[in-house]
Design a protein around this ligand. Structure first.
Ligand SMILES: [Fe+2]
Ligand SMILES: [Fe+2]
Length: 136
């Protein structure tokens, strides 16, 4: 089991556990993606890691949406929209890597992934957690 850095904890163990796994896959992708995207082996490694990350992202989002809906979170629809946008961005990035899009640099990849996914936990996920924990 991956350990979650406490700074990413939203205080809900079930979701923290999924975020720990998610961040582990983000790190794996970053490690693969910071290699040589210009050579075939590098692109293969990066696209395999990103494919895995995309699949886990979709399953985490589905699970999180069900969890949040069960707690009658008022901003569920907005949260779902943010999820769909993130899934689209990750899928686009995967398509870019597969299409040998040479202007995708490792730095750009790392920055995008960090901004999109990590900020989502710290801002959007934290918002529903405040709401759910606040009701208790
Ligand atoms: Fe999440
Ligand atoms: Fe979320």
């Amino acid at each position: 089991m991956a350990e979650l850095d406490p700074k990413y904890s939203i205080g809900i163990p079930e979701m923290d556990a999924q975020h720990a796994r998610w961040i582990q896959l983000i790190d794996e992708f970053r490690a693969a993606g910071s290699g040589h995207l210009l050579d075939q082996a590098g692109r293969h490694a990066a696209s395999r890691a990103l494919q895995k990350l995309l699949e886990y992202t979709q399953s985490h989002f589905a699970s999180e949406e069900a969890f949040v809906a069960a707690h009658h979170y008022p901003d569920l629809e907005e949260h779902k929209r943010a999820h769909r946008e993130l899934e689209t961005k990750v899928a686009e990035l995967l398509a870019e890597i597969r299409a040998h899009e040479t202007n995708t640099t490792p730095l750009k990849l790392n920055m995008f992934i960090t901004i999109w996914l990590m900020e989502h936990i710290m801002k959007e996920d934290d918002k529903y957690a405040r709401f759910i924990l606040g009701k208790k």
